[in-house]
Design a protein around this ligand. Structure first.
Ligand code: GCU
Length: 677
């Protein structure tokens, strides 16, 4: 057998998890489950004084090859194998080396060993040569966080994969085995923190910080802890009033501060390694410091002081904007809001505050520019927030692989400090020398047996974790890893799946809102086309289409001034009609339908062409999937096929509604005379 045994001298739940992950994974891949040494499985470590399996006490003597996994502190042999090279691995890194039949996975911490175990499985599943492993890995980002938007009634805000796995009927109610599976799944890609409830914190969830709920939350924390994942809670800024019965939630009020200090102490009593609070304040009607004439820094710092003495963090969201806009007001611009609110506060936050900034200035559209706030603040910790759940990108009924979009964001050059400062180096803290930073993302899982509704939507969760660990990986490499690990070593399946994933964001963008203008969805639930859905809504996310043209003037010269929030040449590029990239044209400029794009086509002809083309390619996705019948498990095949068929139908609806709308507005016919209703 490839691996006959697994051994470790660690006596630790996390290393034990690593061992069972390896045993199961290797058993599934090679058909033979390795023998696990007694010491490695025995919780007390009293039986089995020998540290490894048959004939393998020092690895080299054994006829069979095996795996030695664990921490350097507990495994002398691992110290010998890696020597001084181990110094570079940091707290969460790992090394893998195959030498004389022994594959050694070494780390400074149990969780490092766990990450190494998953990595070995990934290498094996993607066809690496088992005899030649030589890997040194450490995560690029310190915080690699997932945000659940789950509510205690069991619903999930923007959830498209069934109800919550954490809550049911106004109670914390979970199957430990399912939570453990989720923890394992998150750890398999190196995620290390989870905010366990919706950022919109409702009545009962506001009480999560009390003894009513802390015992159950501590049980959840204990499951996640084994997999190296720390818990955060989303908190209600008005909790001192709503839960504590105080007359105010003013962050400068002493009784309010005292209340949060007591809550923090109670939380750490129950969950000693609690990660911190996630806060959505003064945003979309949520309470916040503005009510008391205070700013975001005063609000965040007050909570940071309460948590700080226990080592906790405050993750404060920057999704703050005026959500009630009058269409006549052409200066208020939601895109400007995060920067306008937070840029003046640079340097005003405590060291244990991290600002969580959405990747774009609007709200997770299929296409929008990168938030100009990312990188602008030099003296403030920041994490970039992505949305894995596909709120505006097909709601896990359409295929939309989001990793290419995230890569575009991460590689975007902010021109901070005038040097090389892509978003990924802002997020990891290196550009501005911040010690805290990383990624956050809204989860896309629910209680559906396949986790994500659309089976291929799993690739987004997988890809998010991989990028949070290593943003240098390519979207294609990640897709391939995922396909091979999910569907097995069949090259034909992997190639087909990778091709479909990689083309999917362009297909989706083609049949939905054109040229970066965004929205054009049904209000509230955000599924399906509705060009004027938000145009005549007080929420005010406009495209300003009329008979002459379309797009939002965000220039400094004649528009909202948003383009001026970028640094250096980025500001000039977006300001200039000539230099603005086609795909973002309507985000930055209002142009006539006859305006010629860099592609040579007019805006109106581009709209027609992309919509006919996108709908056609969406139809082809169903056929491409159908060619895999018999090569993927029948239930997965059926679930995905049903969704591809729905996507094909809905893409036609998008095509027809968008085309008809702009044909009737502009009066310009399609050059190719295709059917426009
Ligand atoms: C979007 C989304 C909301 C969510 C909000 C947020 O607006 O539609 O459901 O609460 O983002 O990120 O806070």
């Amino acid at each position: 057998p490839t691996y006959a045994w697994i051994a470790s001298s660690d006596r630790n739940d996390t290393v034990r998890a690593a061992i069972s992950v390896l045993a199961e994974g290797i058993g599934a891949m090679f058909g033979e489950t390795p023998w696990v040494s007694a010491l490695a499985t025995d919780p007390d470590g009293e039986t089995g004084k020998r540290s490894v399996g048959p004939n393998a006490a020092d690895g080299a003597n054994g006829a069979d090859s095996g795996i030695l996994v664990g921490t350097f502190a507990a495994n002398e042999r691992l110290r010998e194998i890696f020597g001084v090279e181990a110094a570079e691995l940091g707290r969460e890194g790992f090394a893998i080396r195959t030498k004389e039949g022994v594959t050694a996975i070494g780390a400074h911490t149990p969780v490092g060993a766990l990450y190494g175990a998953f990595h070995l499985l990934r290498l094996l599943a993607t066809g690496a040569d088992p005899s030649g492993h030589e890997v040194f890995e450490r995560p690029a980002n310190k915080l690699r966080m997932i945000n659940q938007w789950d509510n205690i009634d069991g619903s999930i805000e923007r959830g498209y994969a069934g109800p919550s796995i954490f809550y049911r009927d106004d109670a914390i109610d979970f199957e430990p085995a399912r939570i453990r599976d989720y923890a394992r799944l998150l750890a398999s890609v190196g995620l290390n923190a989870i905010a366990i409830n919706n950022v919109n914190v409702h009545r009962l969830e506001s009480r999560f910080v009390t003894e009513d709920y802390l015992p159950r939350l501590a049980e959840l924390a204990a499951i996640f802890r084994v997999y190296g994942i720390k818990l955060l809670l989303s908190v209600n800024f008005a909790a001192p009033i709503e839960v504590g019965g105080l007359p105010t939630a003013d962050p400068l009020d002493e009784a309010v501060q005292q209340w949060w200090h007591e809550r923090a102490a109670a939380i750490y009593e129950a969950i000693p390694d609690f990660c911190g609070f996630l806060v959505k304040a003064d945003s979309e009607n949520r309470p916040g410091p503005f009510t008391y004439g205070r700013g975001h820094a005063e609000g965040a710092n007050m909570l940071a002081d309460a948590l700080g003495r226990h080592g906790g963090l405050v993750v404060w969201r920057c999704f703050v904007y005026n959500c009630k806009q009058d269409w006549r007001d052409r200066k208020t611009d939601r895109a400007r809001a995060a920067y306008d609110h937070f840029m003046p506060l640079d340097g005003a936050f405590r060291d244990n505050v991290v600002l969580q900034i959405k990747n774009g200035p609007m709200d997770f559209q299929a296409r929008e520019p990168v938030s100009p706030l990312l990188g602008a603040m030099e003296r403030t910790n920041q994490v970039v927030e992505f949305q894995i759940t596909q709120e505006y990108t097909g709601q896990q009924r359409h295929l939309c692989y989001l990793v290419p979009q995230w890569k575009t964001v991460l590689d975007f050059e902010t021109h901070a400090l005038g040097g090389a400062a892509p978003v990924k180096r802002i997020a990891d803290g290196s550009v501005h020398g911040r010690t805290l930073g990383g990624f956050a993302a809204v989860s896309n899982i629910g209680a559906d047996p396949n986790w994500t509704g659309h089976p291929l939507a799993q690739a987004n969760l997988y890809g998010y974790g991989r990028l949070a660990w290593n943003p240098e990986l390519s979207a294609e490499a990640i897709a391939e890893e995922w396909a091979l690990q999910t569907f097995g070593a069949n090259r034909r399946v992997a190639d087909a799946v990778v091709g479909m994933l990689m083309e999917s964001p362009d297909i989706y963008e083609s049949y939905t809102a054109p040229l970066g203008v965004g929205w054009m969805v049904n209000p509230n639930h955000h599924y399906g086309p509705n060009v004027d859905g938000y145009e005549y809504d007080k929420w005010g996310t406009y495209h300003f289409a009329d008979r002459d043209g379309v797009g939002v003037d965000r220039t400094v010269r004649s528009g909202t001034g948003y383009a001026g929030q970028y640094r250096g040449s980025n500001a000039n590029m977006y300001e200039s009609l000539a230099d603005c990239p086609d795909e973002l044209l309507l985000f930055f400029h209002h142009v006539p339908y006859g305006h010629r794009l860099k592609s040579g086509r007019t805006v109106i002809q581009h709209i027609y062409d992309t919509h006919f083309d996108g709908a056609q390619r969406a139809g082809e996705l169903a056929q491409r999937w159908a060619s895999l019948e018999g090569l993927v498990a029948a239930d997965v095949y059926d679930e995905a096929l049903a969704r591809f068929r729905e996507q094909a139908e809905h893409a036609k609806e998008w095509r027809d509604r968008i085309n008809t709308y702009f044909y009737r507005k502009s009066g310009v016919p399609d050059e190719q005379g295709r059917t426009i209703y």
